[in-house]
Design a protein around this ligand. Structure first.
Ligand code: MN
Length: 267
């Protein structure tokens, strides 16, 4: 029997999933019920990204299921600032919803499923179209780490060009093949830019993925200012070695930003 923990009120009510989601194939088995605080954190992450100007009507954040590495949690298709714990759904890595209850899924959920499949170390993924990042996917000017909070950028920032493998498309990562190609571009890095589309930030925890999404956008803004100020002269960005050392600090201090940003969105 599959059980789904409903988080709309106390988090204590359970809804039994039907044997079949109606898609013709049996719905995937659930990784198990999730503590309501986990669903609240993921809803908070969604609202934080909106509050911090990283996502607008579009964009989404996900986390790996705490009890099953082959499942992940993500909101139903909804503007990020509106997400509540009750909107969180569970998916397998093929991006099939465990219990859709007639609710819509994000078209680009394959970004998340295929990164979780390719990168066992990644526990959370945030996808956005934040405006200052997009130009760095359009020109041959690599993003560099402008300050210590963006230390992860010093490891390198790959650019995924969907046209290389798929020719002319609607630009969306709307199936598993495109998700696989994106995950290959990400490789072992923390973020990947998507040409003429946006970017993806990953992390070993939800707070760190959110932290990286926020500071990727801020770093892009700072790099523009630096380039204008420097008039094309070389930028004294973090070295790879400085990046490693500063990222270690960020991994342990991301919780301070998380606590602050969560409070700002009422969680
Ligand atoms: Mn997108």
């Amino acid at each position: 029997m599959r059980l789904f923990r409903c988080a709309c009120h106390s988090g204590l009510s359970y809804l039994r999933a039907p044997a079949d989601a109606g898609s013709g194939s049996p719905a995937p088995r659930s990784g198990g019920s999730v503590d309501p605080s986990v669903l609240a954190d993921l809803a908070a992450a969604s609202r934080i990204l909106a509050d911090q100007g990283v996502v607008d009507a579009f964009g989404h954040v996900s986390m790996r299921h705490p009890n099953d590495p082959n499942r992940f949690l993500m909101s139903r298709s909804l503007a990020p600032a509106l997400v509540t714990p009750d909107d969180i759904m569970e998916y397998d890595l093929d991006c099939e919803c465990v219990y859709p209850r007639g609710r819509g899924s994000f078209l680009e959920r394959f970004i998340h499923g295929e990164i979780f499949r390719a990168r066992p170390d990644v526990m959370a993924v945030a996808h956005s179209h934040s405006a200052n990042v997009i130009p760095f996917g359009l020109v041959d000017k690599p993003m560099q780490a402008m300050f210590h909070n963006a230390a992860f950028i010093a490891r390198g920032v790959p650019v995924f060009d969907i046209n290389e493998k798929f020719g002319d498309t609607d630009m969306l990562v709307g199936n598993a093949q495109k998700g696989v190609a994106l995950a290959q571009s990400l490789c072992d890095k923390d973020i990947v830019l998507m040409r003429a589309h946006g970017s993806v930030a990953t992390g070993p925890s939800l707070p760190v993925a959110v932290f990286r999404a926020v500071y990727t956008e801020m770093n892009a803004r700072l790099q523009f200012q630096t380039m204008m100020l420097g008039g094309g002269s070389p930028i004294a960005a973090l070295s790879p070695g400085e990046g490693v050392l500063a990222d270690k600090v960020n991994l342990s201090s991301a919780s301070r930003a998380w606590d602050l940003w969560k409070r700002r969105v009422g969680f």
